[in-house]
Design a protein around this ligand. Structure first.
Ligand SMILES: [Zn+2]
Ligand SMILES: [Zn+2]
Length: 113
């Protein structure tokens, strides 16, 4: 039986040696863990596209800014409570303040008003 859940906003998975994240000491997650936790992920080029080349990844959270939930057309993922947002690929659930305890957060100050 599939338990429906909310999806957090989409993230980008990097290797810890990705040039995009140089200068940060970013703890890595096992890729399978990261994918389970952040199903709306995509891979950075640096991973070579998958778990074979990047068994451990660093999660980059994207700041999508303030936006409205606009459902993406098409079928939602089987375990998502509803269609994913067109902007952030999350479901805008109540648990949006996710616990990126062992991940990597990119803060972009100045984007919020
Ligand atoms: Zn990268
Ligand atoms: Zn959204």
């Amino acid at each position: 039986m599939t338990v429906l859940r909310h999806y957090p906003p989409g993230v980008v998975l990097h290797t810890s040696s990705c040039p995009d994240i140089t200068g940060h000491s970013a703890p890595s997650l096992q890729v399978l863990q990261a994918v389970l936790k952040y199903p709306s992920y995509r891979y950075c080029m640096c991973t070579g596209g998958g778990p074979e080349t990047a068994p451990y990844v660093v999660v980059e959270r994207i700041d999508y800014g303030d936006h409205l939930y606009i459902p993406k057309p098409g079928n939602p993922p089987r375990d998502a409570v509803r269609a994913l947002c067109r902007t952030c690929r999350g479901t805008h659930g109540p648990a949006q303040q996710d616990d990126l305890g062992s991940g990597f957060v990119v803060a972009k100050p100045g984007q919020r008003r």
